[in-house]
Design a protein around this ligand. Structure first.
Ligand SMILES: [Cu+2]
Length: 266
């Protein structure tokens, strides 16, 4: 079902809250728009020149406009304190435990998303800025670290299991980027020097979404939502949401391909 505002299809467990916030904001903004428009027309007619050939130095004495202003401020406070802050608080205070979630590191760079999985042990191998090689080792993964042996890395391809919380730890190698997947209602800046977690629960697989939209080519897309340089427009990654079994199979294949072949070369 399409949203009345034409938002992208929803594919995450908590995204509905964001949608209701966006919907209510639009409803109130529409009321304001109509209200201010009507007020403008009213002043044009009420204070027309033929009715007031000479300026009135007392001006308006009624307090109606003050009450209206207070009303608008009250509605804005409700939007902020009753909707936005609780949703934000729930997102940042109740991060699912890492043991129940899939933890992925995503590192932005000009102009790509580097994805790093901890592999079977779920432990991320050490990375070192000195080992970075843009072609062969964009993350600077330290191959001598035992935890790095089963790590899996990809560029611009984020594979996720369905119905399991995902914690994405966002990092950046150069400038501020922003990790945005519209269908998950997720948008978070990646800031150099920080590791910023963002979490969500994808609940529609790519295959289901293709069937639902009738578009066999449908792909979830990671858009960089910060103007980060000349190549910003092509900084796009893809998310593939798989069933739990398919994801496990994908991960096993990747571990075999990258871990045992040791593509970083000892
Ligand atoms: Cu970017």
């Amino acid at each position: 079902m399409t949203h009345w505002l034409g938002l992208p299809a929803l594919a995450s467990a908590r995204g509905g809250q964001i949608d209701s916030l966006i919907s209510w904001t639009h409803v109130f903004m529409f009321i304001l728009f109509v209200g201010w428009g009507a007020f403008f027309v009213f002043t044009l007619v009420r204070f027309r020149r033929s009715r007031h050939p000479v300026a009135n130095y007392t001006g308006v004495t009624s307090h109606t406009s003050s009450y209206l202003e207070i009303g608008v401020a009250a509605v804005e406070m409700i939007l902020l304190f009753a909707f936005s802050i609780p949703i934000w608080a729930a997102m940042v205070d109740h991060v699912p435990p890492e043991s129940e979630a899939l933890v992925v590191q995503v590192t932005g760079e000009q102009f790509a998303w580097n994805v790093h999985y901890g592999g079977r042990d779920g432990v991320f191998g050490r990375t070192d800025i000195k080992l970075i090689d843009l072609q062969s080792n964009p993350l600077g993964l330290e191959s001598s670290d035992p935890a790095a042996k089963d790590d899996v890395t990809t560029v611009n391809q984020l594979y996720l299991p369905v119905n399991r919380p995902v914690i994405v730890k966002l990092r950046s190698k150069d400038v501020i980027h922003s990790f945005n997947v519209p269908e998950f209602r997720v948008k978070q800046d990646a800031v150099p020097g920080f590791t910023i977690p963002v979490w969500f629960v994808p609940n529609v697989t790519t295959a289901e979404m293709r069937a639902r939209t009738g578009n066999p080519e449908f792909q979830y897309e990671i858009a960089c939502a910060q103007l980060c340089g000349l190549g910003h427009y092509r900084m796009r990654g893809f998310v593939t949401v798989l069933s739990t079994g398919e994801f496990q199979k994908w991960m096993d294949e990747k571990v075999k391909e990258q871990g045992e072949a040791d593509i970083w070369g000892k």
